[in-house]
Design a protein around this ligand. Structure first.
Ligand SMILES: *[C@@H]1O[C@H](CO)[C@@H](O)[C@H](O)[C@H]1NC(C)=O
Ligand SMILES: *[C@@H]1O[C@H](CO)[C@@H](O)[C@H](O)[C@H]1NC(C)=O
Ligand SMILES: *[C@@H]1O[C@H](CO)[C@@H](O)[C@H](O)[C@H]1NC(C)=O
Ligand SMILES: *[C@@H]1O[C@H](CO)[C@@H](O)[C@H](O)[C@H]1NC(C)=O
Ligand SMILES: *[C@@H]1O[C@H](CO)[C@@H](O)[C@H](O)[C@H]1NC(C)=O
Length: 817
């Protein structure tokens, strides 16, 4: 019946004149004791609305309802007894004392009645100009205001919102006013779709199917609910939003009373605003929700972002990656995305994402008084806080904070807002799409800057005064370019290491001894002391200083500062209680500490750290000496890559270079590097592959012996892999059986990384994805250097330190200049 074309309606009226009464009473009221029968109606004084009995569609049931009187397309806007139909036309709507409307059937049984909490002496039922059927005290004025009505149909809407209605909640009575769809065009009964103002967290408009959310509009930003139904400024409407302890509601009023419009939710869950156009005698859709696929609630999962402009529509927010990349490719976006760099809580930053529809705010927290800066501090304080934004875009104030994964956001070209999302500190500097970076200003960092300035000043002075050799360092001007690298005084280091006592010595690195120290404040540190003899080492140290100062990632060892004084050059790192990976991994007893889960965690961590070096850090950095002894472990066995002394940085797109100056460690070096001096990120990938196989097998690649064959670890792993016996690579005592798919996957990724041809090797970003997913991984080809002899024949190994207990030594071959 609704929206039936005019000619059909007219025929209908001719054939069944009783269904819609041709004659209507002039009155807009029903007095106490009076009634209207089927066939009689009342009409609002404006002549706009009419109330009476009707049958919807092809149904023969009778309902009491309200429709537009002067609109040729019969449009029912309200139904009294929507779930309780009358079966014949003997119904009667009566107002009884002390102010209740009752709908009686043929036997005078009550089919439906209005409720009232109050009694008045002289009740009157009246159909107001707005289309609100009210029961009020006849002794009062009709314009008394909604609070004084005994009952009003505006509190019990069906599928239609009319201007002036309050959609929302009365917290005192616990009553909600919401819309719900008809069951069908023949049945106005309560259908499955409903339209709500949901005040949980921060008010939003929700379309639900049953209890499940289908679409979301909002959250309220003090001007409108951003999203299609409230597109920018609407001159025909005045919006009112009221929120206090007792109530929250949303109300819109037509500016021009002659303007006819309504808002509905139909049986397919589409909510629409309609406007009557007299000239064409038809309803025109002013807007519709959902408007496009991106209005589907949570389509792209957590941290996904829907963009209708792109195909497929789901994207991940910048600096996030899909949780299930395989599924993502198959357009299964429900698993959503995760930060590509995990949060560490301390020192996190916030990045600004603009032009988006704010995420679901049902579990958010807000404060209207806070400034944006206070909001950031509040969010920073609590590690479970994921994002914040402005609450009130009108005043530019207030605070809205999320404590959970962000869901259901989309890009919006016009009505979008900005949100500040919590990110690991390293993301602030790493490449991504253009984003404004908001660094967290804390007292600590302010103090840090002051201390830094002071130590820099002292350090520079000392460099100038004390040491001619260090004068050459001056040409690097690193102290000016890299003010984020603090300098330690030698006396502090001497005290911390007990004058470099042997008790404090941790081991011997490529360029000299490594010590443990304890600063006066109790902080434990690691000191890498450049050996005095090693002229070569100073250059390496300089490089390391400059690069390292710029790098920050949870899987890279953190540099605290340096000390360059007198004959001494030192790097100061955070202390790693579990030493380096080789110490644990290749020790029969200690390696028991590393169950499979820890190993997998280490593999993943190293992969992320390396990915950061290769792609995400400001400079593209190739480590060139990745090996087990350069992987340090913190107290929780989190891996940290150390020793960037050999790192080379490339500007621009340069990814490959040739050098005469071969540095690295046998066993980890890729063929093209060891033999031809060609290095690229793929050389690091090779070393990573070796490392993975070592972690899995607990065996060193170099020094691995298999009496039957002259195979090294790579060759051995490859052979087992070809025979489908990969799991035999793992020590039988390791509790890996539970995780065998993960183990097999790691071995396969490891073998992919050590393939002969650099182009066949995956990039670190694919490695990270492959390690994390359950899906298909390409078959590996034969590794480079798969027998021991390949490599070392023809290589002069005299540069190796013979006294070293392991055969894993960083070698350098100085280039002639
Ligand atoms: C119903 O009520 C009306 C008015 O009170 C009365 O005239 C009529 O007889 C009643 N009908 C029945 C079936 O009781
Ligand atoms: C009238 O309504 C009453 C109460 O709902 C019901 O018991 C009765 O059967 C109805 N009579 C008819 C004729 O529908
Ligand atoms: C609801 O509205 C949409 C959009 O106008 C329309 O495509 C759909 O057919 C409607 N559903 C029903 C049951 O009328
Ligand atoms: C952080 O916020 C969550 C969610 O509001 C709360 O449950 C938790 O107690 C807060 N933690 C702290 C330390 O304030
Ligand atoms: C990042 O966090 C996820 C979820 O807590 C965890 O599974 C994963 O191991 C973490 N990654 C790192 C490198 O810590």
């Amino acid at each position: 019946m609704r929206r039936t074309p005019p000619n059909v309606v007219s025929c209908f009226l001719l054939i069944f004149p009783l269904i819609f009464p041709a004659i209507s009473g002039a009155s807009d009221t029903i007095e106490a004791g009076q009634s209207i029968r089927d066939g009689e109606t009342i009409v609002s004084s404006s002549g706009k609305f009419e109330l009476g009995f009707f049958s919807p569609g092809s149904s023969r049931n009778r309902y009491v309802g309200m429709w537009f009187k002067n609109i040729i397309v019969t449009t029912v806007v309200w139904v009294a007894n929507r779930d309780l139909p009358l079966i014949d036309n003997s119904g009667m709507l009566r107002l009884i004392q002390p102010g209740i409307l009752v709908l009686l059937n043929a036997t005078n049984g009550t089919v439906w009645s209005s409720k009232s909490s109050r009694a008045v002496e002289n009740p009157v039922a009246q159909l107001l100009k707005s289309g609100n059927l009210v029961v009020r005290d006849g002794n009062n004025d009709e314009n008394d205001g909604q609070e004084n009505f005994l009952w009003q149909s505006f509190d019990y809407p069906t599928d239609t919102y009319l201007p002036g209605m309050r959609l929302g909640w009365n917290f005192v009575t616990g009553k909600e006013t919401s819309l719900s769809s008809w069951k069908s065009t023949d049945d106005p009964g309560t259908g499955e779709f409903s339209f709500h103002l949901d005040p949980t967290g921060h008010p939003q408009l929700l379309i639900r199917r049953g209890s499940a959310v289908q679409n979301r509009i909002g959250p309220w930003n003090r001007i409108r609910f951003p999203g299609p139904p409230n597109p920018r400024e609407d001159p025909t409407y005045r919006l009112t939003f009221v929120m206090d302890e007792e109530k929250v509601y949303y109300r819109s009023d037509s500016v021009d009373r002659s303007f006819v419009s309504r808002y509905t939710i139909n049986q397919s869950g589409v909510s629409q605003r309609w406007t009557w156009v007299d000239r064409t005698r038809g309803w025109v859709i002013y807007f519709s929700m959902p408007a496009d696929i991106c209005d589907t609630y949570k389509l792209c999962g957590s941290y996904g972002s829907c963009n209708v402009g792109s195909s497929p529509s789901c994207e991940w927010l910048d600096r996030f990656v899909p949780k299930d990349p395989e599924g993502w490719v198959r357009a299964d976006w429900s698993n959503g995305c995760v930060r590509r760099t995990n949060l560490s809580c301390q020192g996190d930053v916030f990045l600004k994402y603009s032009g988006i529809k704010l995420p679901d705010a049902r579990r958010s927290w807000n404060n209207a008084k806070m400034t944006l800066n206070e909001c950031r501090q509040e969010c920073l304080r609590n590690c479970s806080c994921t994002a914040y934004t402005q609450l009130d875009i009108k005043k530019g104030s207030g605070c809205l904070i999320w404590y959970e994964e962000l869901i259901d956001s989309r890009t919006m070209s016009q009505d979008g807002q900005a949100i500040y999302i919590r990110m690991a500190a390293s993301e602030a500097h790493s490449g991504g799409k253009e984003r404004e970076v908001v660094l967290i200003a804390s007292l600590v960092s302010v103090m840090g800057v002051i201390l830094l300035g002071l130590s820099l000043f002292l350090c520079i002075r000392k460099i100038r005064k004390n040491d001619t050799r260090l004068g050459t360092l001056g040409k690097y001007k690193y102290h000016e370019k890299h003010p984020d690298l603090p300098f330690f005084d030698l006396s502090v280091i001497l005290k911390a290491t007990n004058h470099f006592s042997d008790n404090n010595k941790l081991g011997e690195g490529g360029f000299g001894p490594v010590y443990k120290g304890v600063l006066e404040e109790g902080q434990e540190i690691t000191i890498k002391r450049l050996s005095k003899e090693s002229r070569q080492g100073l250059d390496e140290l300089k490089t390391e200083l400059i690069f390292i100062a710029k790098l920050q990632h949870r899987n890279l060892v953190k540099v605290l500062g340096c000390c360059i004084q007198k004959e001494e050059s030192m790097l100061i790192y955070e202390y790693m209680p579990n030493k380096s990976l080789d110490v644990i991994l290749f020790d029969q007893t200690k390696s028991r500490l590393l169950d499979w889960q820890k190993r997998f965690h280490i593999i993943n961590g190293v992969a992320r750290g390396l990915l950061y070096l290769h792609q995400d850090s400001r400079l593209r950095i190739i480590h060139r000496d990745l090996k087990a002894s350069n992987i340090l472990l913190d107290s929780e066995m989190n891996p940290k890559i150390s020793d960037f002394g050999l790192a080379r940085s490339f500007g621009g797109n340069q990814t490959e270079a040739q050098t005469l100056h071969v540095v690295g460690t046998y066993g980890y070096m890729s063929p093209e590097y060891a033999v031809d001096g060609m290095f690229s990120v793929k050389s690091d990938v090779f070393s990573f592959g070796v490392l993975v196989l070592e972690i899995v097998s607990e065996k060193r690649n170099r020094g691995f012996s298999q009496s039957e064959y002259s195979l090294n670890l790579l060759g051995h792993a490859w052979k087992l892999y070809k025979d489908g016996r990969s799991l035999e690579l793992v020590d039988a005592s390791l509790d890996h059986k539970l995780y065998s798919p993960e183990v097999v996957r790691s071995i396969q990724v490891g073998l992919l990384c050590v393939q002969q041809n650099p182009e066949d090797r995956p990039t670190m970003s694919s490695v990270v994805l492959m390690l994390g997913n359950e899906g298909e991984i390409p078959q590996a080809r034969q590794p480079g250097f798969f027998t021991e002899r390949d490599v070392l024949a023809g290589q002069n190994s005299s540069g190796m330190n013979a006294t070293n207990s392991t055969n894993e030594v960083t070698i350098t071959m100085p280039e002639p200049r």
